[in-house]
Design a protein around this ligand. Sequence first.
Ligand code: SAH
Length: 369
Amino acid sequence: MDVLAQITESKPESASFLGLTIEDAGQLCVKSGASPIHARDLFRAVYKDNQLKPWERPGIPKKLASDLANGFQLTGLRIHSENQSRYDSSVKFLIELGDKSQVEMVLMPEAKRITLCVSSQVGCAQACIFCHTGRMGLTRNLSAAEIVGQVWLANHWISTHGDWLLKLGLPAHQRISNIVFMGMGEPLDNPEAVGKAISILIDPFGYNLAKRKISVSTAGHMDGLDRLLRLHPDVRLAISVHSAFDHERSKIMPINRRWPLKDLIAKLKDLPTHKENGLLLQYTLIAGVNDSTDHARELIRLVDGMNVKINLIPLNPVGPSRLSSPNVDRLEAFRDEIYRAGHRVMVRYSKGQDIGGACGQLVVSQKDA
Ligand code: SAH
């Protein structure tokens, strides 16, 4: 076992430091008789310097250091395995959690940024017909610490893989700049942990990520949306649409029976962030299911008067299934229809196609999990 694995090894009796907001950390300082200001040093040690034992940082009072060392581990997560794409250098990681269950995350480099696609649940309860993760069913929610832990592990991996940055022409100090909650799970089925993780990730003494660089993708869980908006009213959302026809969407995404898309859109229209920043819609195109001109026109009707950006994602193959992606002509015809109506629209090919790291392909076999 390497050093990192040993130190991050799960100790069930210990809480994870990565689940603490700076306010939580400040309260712990006070409890140990120290000034809450030390929370800033602890955060800097963990998030800026990648330190595994922040309490060993010089200047941390002795009692606080020993209380933290006894009660906390940094993270109970470890990288179980990794698989790098030969085409686009994206890397899919299988992450083992403290209870030995597993999730996946995908690191996606681009010209000037690195995006991490994180998981929010072990499995998923939504059972969208075209999504591999959906076939697993839901095992459990991830904690905020397990979400932040994915980012910490990925940044640690980058810091020890200078060759990867070099090959991509990225500067040696480059770390994760964008986060998308598009891995395994429905983030709004777990809004408290997702909201807390966002608070930690944007902390100025931590990674200091801009909120607009974090996107939460949802199949349309309206209860969860309300709960997340209470914590972060200005959160960036990406809505998975997949059909603007109500009865059809219910067949593709069972969640639509409980929360119809029209209600969701009506709610989103009124959010101040929609007016300021617009809204990202994702539409996975499935041949013969949701890719006709009629489908494009219904989508245009749905977003009439809204400031939207529409990403069209050709279906990625998922295990034994008769569903397939439309051919290029169909994709372009669908795109052009939307473009002519005056909306921003793009066909987005998923990264990591050769490593099973593309949208909807993240799955952990039940046996391993
Ligand atoms: N549950 C959330 C986030 C996870 S899925 C959601 O539904 O948004 C992230 C994105 O990948 C969603 O837009 C989803 O619809 C898309 N996706 C899932 N399976 C896919 C597949 N097989 N091919 C292409 N996109 C897929």
